[in-house]
Design a protein. Structure first.
Length: 397
């Protein structure tokens, strides 16, 4: 049994705010700002370039990667950190395609996050070997895994609706057809108990600014199944993926570990903040966390449906078939969300009509959920969303 949830005392939650957007950007953990100040003022300010050794900067990608590995059910040494999720998608997809040179199909689904599809489209154009990207409906993916598929690339939890793919079953289906498997864990790492190693998937990628609370622009991660590492030919052969970066050899020689999936100089400040943020997971049982998020999601669905009949549930009703978010469809969802945020309940909106609410049991409890539903009811019953100030759209929704 892990520590009791929630752990609100470990986070900087603004007074009067109920934060239901941890599926987009996590809350600032206490200690993270102080760690950033330490890196700036002490490590950089006093140690200067010596800090690469004296402050352990060069080891941060590996140290943080091992901590993330423990949260996604992967062994130490199998997760590399740095860059962005888009870059990690590109690396994983290129590596997987090279391991299936006689096949020409990348299989994803129509609900996948756009950047994953964009990176696939860009890679197809770059390598110029006639690959085809197929995107059936999410429920039709398994039937679409045919013997011409080189790699199946899916986001585990749908960013709009929270619909959850069955990782173990789909990975088995991919392998039965001779295909490689890539999982995007952006909306599941830190939200549920995962067993990426047990699934047998070749690759997994993810970001750390959502449920892992690493802060805006926090570095991404990539998992590679350990038995495959020696066969990975990196598309982005950066100097820190070299076996001996400071040998300054003119030709690339990949590191004999997942380190070969590092590219350039690590973002030290962001990695240090992420390392500090990951302390909130100490003692947390991921199965307990998953159970708590399901209870909160179920409660929110019940409260909203009883109070807000104008909204339509867009997420699976069965908690075992969704991640740690609940989405409702509403024609005026953008404006309604702005009115809700103005009243201290923060969720977000995704086109065309989805109001998203994330449930992070590290800092949310049942009282928060009920209060959020009550506020949403007031916004709808008073038609507060009709105020012109809620109609103008910002660049980020």
């Amino acid at each position: 049994m892990g520590v009791r949830l929630p752990r609100k005392e470990l986070f900087e939650i603004p007074p009067g705010v109920i934060y239901l957007d941890g599926n987009s950007l996590g809350v600032l953990p206490k200690g993270a700002a102080a760690r950033a100040a330490q890196v700036i003022e002490q490590d950089w300010g006093q140690e200067l370039i010596r800090a690469w050794n004296s402050a352990g900067w060069m080891d941060l990608p590996r140290v943080v990667g091992d901590r993330i590995a423990a949260l996604i059910g992967a062994p130490a040494g199998s997760v590399a950190t740095g860059d962005t999720l888009s870059i990690k998608v590109y690396q994983a997809l290129d590596a997987a395609l090279k391991m299936r040179p006689d096949r020409r199909v990348i299989l994803s689904d129509s609900g996948n996050f756009p950047t994953d599809l964009y990176m696939a489209q860009g890679l197809i154009g770059t390598i110029g070997k006639g690959h085809d990207l197929r995107t059936p409906d999410p429920d039709a993916v398994e039937a679409a895994i045919t013997e011409d598929v080189a790699v199946v690339m899916l986001t585990h939890v749908d960013y709009r609706t929270g619909r959850l793919h069955d990782m173990a079953r789909i990975t088995r289906a991919a392998h039965a057809a001779g295909a490689m498997m890539i999982w995007d864990l952006a909306h599941s790492a830190g939200a549920m108990d995962l067993d990426i190693a047990g699934s047998g998937a070749e690759f997994a990628v993810g970001c750390t600014y959502k449920y892992l609370n690493g802060g805006p622009g926090a570095p991404a991660f990539i998992y590679a199944r350990p038995d495959l590492v020696d066969g990975i030919d990196p598309a982005l052969a950066g100097w820190l993926g070299h076996a001996a970066p400071f040998a300054m050899e003119p030709a690339y020689r990949p590191a004999m570990s997942t380190e070969r999936l590092r590219v350039g100089t690590p973002p030290v400040l962001q990695l240090a903040v992420l390392q500090e943020a990951l302390r909130v997971w100490e003692g947390v049982d991921m199965a307990d966390l998953r159970a708590a998020s399901q209870r909160l999601g179920d409660l929110f669905i019940a409260e909203v449906e009883s109070r807000c009949p104008a909204l339509t549930l867009a997420s699976p009703r069965d908690a075992d078939r969704r991640g740690s978010q609940v989405s409702f469809a509403f024609e005026n969802g953008y404006a309604a969300m702005q009115a809700l945020i103005d009243r201290g309940v923060i969720g977000d909106f995704r086109a065309p009509d989805i109001m998203r609410f994330g449930f992070t049991p590290l800092y949310l409890d049942e009282g928060d959920v009920i209060a959020a539903a009550e506020t949403l009811q007031d916004v709808l019953e008073t038609a507060a969303w009709q105020d012109p100030k809620y109609q103008a759209r910002g660049r980020v929704t």
